[in-house]
Design a protein around this ligand. Structure first.
Ligand code: HEM
Length: 146
């Protein structure tokens, strides 16, 4: 993936405005509620049967923070996202057996959650650049699937 200087600074600017402790839990809860088949991978998180159970689940919140924190690595290594996530991709493939289609669903839930926070600061250009960034993340997480 090639990045212009403008795209790099846009991704960094969005990332700086993200509160990991809010966006992580909200984005993971959103994917579990909107795409409930994703719950099958998260037996370790306990009760997920209703939307309110998901939203009030402290383990969901904690794992959401773990996921969002991992994005920091991609922001810091925009030219090498694939290598940065090689081990994480392998883990999701070989050990967790996550269907790779789900990466895009979580990425979209992250975008929606971020847009709800940034509102007018996330205009069409910023959103397009942010989604280009998350697409690179999704591709990298799928890279070790074969
Ligand atoms: C674990 C990141 C998408 C399912 C993890 C871990 C990280 C992570 C950092 C912890 C790894 C470790 O303990 O070494 C991400 C990122 C994603 C993503 C950055 C996409 C943006 C998904 C999706 C699913 C999923 C879409 C399933 C629908 C899991 C599961 C675990 C895990 C089941 C293990 C949880 C546990 O500790 O029991 N992920 N993940 N991940 N991820 Fe992902």
């Amino acid at each position: 993936v090639k990045w212009t200087d403008q795209e790099r600074s846009t991704v960094r600017a969005v990332w700086e405005q993200i509160n990991i402790d809010e966006v992580g839990p909200e984005a993971l809860a959103r994917v579990l509620i909107v795409y409930p088949w994703t719950e099958r991978y998260f037996g370790s998180l306990g009760e997920l049967f209703t939307a309110s159970a998901v939203l009030n689940n402290a383990k969901v919140a904690a794992h959401g923070r773990v996921v969002l924190r991992a994005l920091d690595e991609a922001v810091k290594n925009m030219d090498n996202i694939e290598d940065t996530y090689a081990a994480l991709s392998q883990l999701h493939y070989e050990k967790l057996h996550v269907d790779p289609d789900n990466f895009r669903l979580l990425a979209d839930c992250i975008t929606i959650t971020v847009a709800c926070k940034l509102r007018s600061a996330m205009g069409p250009q910023v959103q397009a650049t942010w989604q280009k960034f998350l697409s690179a993340v999704v591709d990298a997480l799928q890279s070790q699937y074969h």
